[in-house]
Design a protein around this ligand. Structure first.
Ligand SMILES: [Zn+2]
Ligand SMILES: [Zn+2]
Length: 141
C-alpha cells in the first residue's frame, strides 16, 4: 500500500481512541471478518483461523509497515482468567499478545493450547522414565 494513502486512512493512534469497525477478509482462510460479534471494540484477528496481520507496533497504532501474517502460536491466561493469544509474525518474527474475542473459534483456541502437550519434546513412551528421573511415581504397574 502506498505510504501516503495509508497515512490518510490510518492516522497515528486513531484506533486507540476509535473503535475498529473495519470489515476485512482474512488473508489466510478467506473468511469475511466483521466486528459485530467480537464482543470488543477491536477485531484484530480472524475468528476462524485466529490469524492476524502485522500492522501495529503498539496495539491499535497501525504504525508497522511489515504487513506480514501474524500466526497464532500460543495462548496464555491473563489475570482474571481471560485468555489471550500470542501472535508471531511469519515475516519478521515479532510477537504480540491479543485478547480473545467472544466469537473466536473455541476449537482452534483449544488446539493451540494443547499443541505443546500433543507434541512433547520427548517420546511419550518415555514418560515413565522421565517421571522416575524427577523422583515421581512414574510406574503404572
Ligand atoms: Zn482466517
Ligand atoms: Zn512483521
Amino acid at each position: 500500500m502506498n505510504r501516503e494513502n495509508k497515512r490518510k486512512t490510518f492516522e497515528k493512534g486513531y484506533y486507540k481512541t476509535h473503535a475498529c469497525r473495519d470489515t476485512f477478509t482474512c488473508k489466510v482462510c478467506g473468511r469475511l471478518c466483521t466486528p459485530e460479534n467480537a464482543g470488543s471494540d477491536h477485531r484484530n484477528h480472524c475468528p476462524n483461523c485466529l490469524s492476524s496481520l502485522h500492522v501495529d507496533i503498539e496495539p491499535g497504532d497501525r504504525e508497522s509497515d511489515c504487513g506480514g501474517i501474524m500466526e497464532p502460536v500460543a495462548v496464555w491466561v491473563r489475570r482474571g482468567g481471560e485468555w489471550a493469544i500470542i501472535h508471531r509474525c511469519k515475516r519478521c518474527g515479532a510477537l504480540s499478545s491479543n485478547r480473545v474475542a467472544a466469537d473466536d473459534n473455541p476449537m482452534k483456541l483449544m488446539s493451540i493450547a494443547m499443541r505443546p502437550l500433543s507434541a512433547p519434546p520427548f517420546p511419550l513412551e518415555r514418560i515413565e522414565e522421565m517421571t522416575a528421573l524427577m523422583g515421581g511415581e512414574g510406574s503404572v504397574r
